[in-house]
Write a protein that binds this ligand. Structure first.
Ligand code: ATP
Ligand code: MG
Length: 201
């Protein structure tokens, strides 16, 4: 094949590709509040969710964040976003009984936590809500999944919700519009590096 032929064949291929991409873009022509689930064992779930918080704030949306059973309260994202106008930040589910495994008490803690979330889900002025590490409360049976799904389904039509955490239940993925599973290929922690500010917290 001559250089000119190669050039022509490349141009034709790119033209076909552009037609396919243009058609796909033209088909996606509506707005909708999205439910996103970021799950899996790899790093990048919460930090991706907080990237969306920055995006949303940049567009003037108001944002609500609820962090479930957060082991630490010294994260960079909390320090930064709490100080931003337009952000409501809740740390919920403190006091889950890892040690005593008192299920009745954990369910009560989760019920109170979800009441706070349900209020945010009922607030159409919030354009984006992040439910960070929610999956553990579902996995451990502290929160009633059908109740969670019903409240999510009843939220305002243009409100986006991002849920993070390992082991998202299949029903949650089924209800979501966008699901990403982060795969753990390698993590510096296993090579003996402790959590680094700006990267891990
Ligand atoms: P990040 O907040 O960095 O986006 P994540 O939300 O995907 O991480 P979590 O399971 O919530 O992951 O864990 C939070 C903390 O654990 C972070 O400091 C993160 O760097 C670290 N971490 C995440 N995945 C792994 C892993 N596979 N091995 C060891 N540590 C991890
Ligand atoms: Mg996380």
């Amino acid at each position: 094949m001559s250089a000119t032929d190669r050039e022509e064949s490349h141009r034709a291929r790119m033209q076909r590709k552009k037609a396919v991409v243009d058609a796909a873009i033209a088909r996606a022509d509506r707005d909708q509040g999205l439910l996103l689930v970021l799950t899996g064992n790899g790093k990048g779930k919460s930090s991706s969710a907080f990237g969306m918080v920055a995006r949303a704030l940049g567009h003037g949306l108001r944002v609500g964040v609820a962090q479930f059973i957060k082991g630490r309260s010294d994260t960079g994202e909390e320090a930064f976003f709490r100080a931003q106008p337009g952000v409501t930040w809740h740390v919920l589910g403190e006091g889950f009984t890892w040690e005593t495994q008192n299920l009745a008490r954990d369910r009560e803690t989760a019920r109170r936590a979800w009441a706070v979330v349900a209020e945010m889900l009922g607030d159409p002025s919030l354009g984006l809500i992040v439910l960070d590490e929610l999956t553990y409360a579902l996995k451990n049976g502290w929160l009633d999944l059908p109740l969670v799904l019903a409240d999510l389904a009843a939220r305002p039509a243009l409100q986006h919700v991002v849920i993070t955490g390992r082991g998202a239940p299949d029903e949650l993925g089924a209800a979501a519009d966008t699901v990403s599973e982060l795969r753990d290929v390698k993590h510096a922690f296993r090579a003996g590096v402790r959590a680094q500010k700006g990267v891990d917290l």
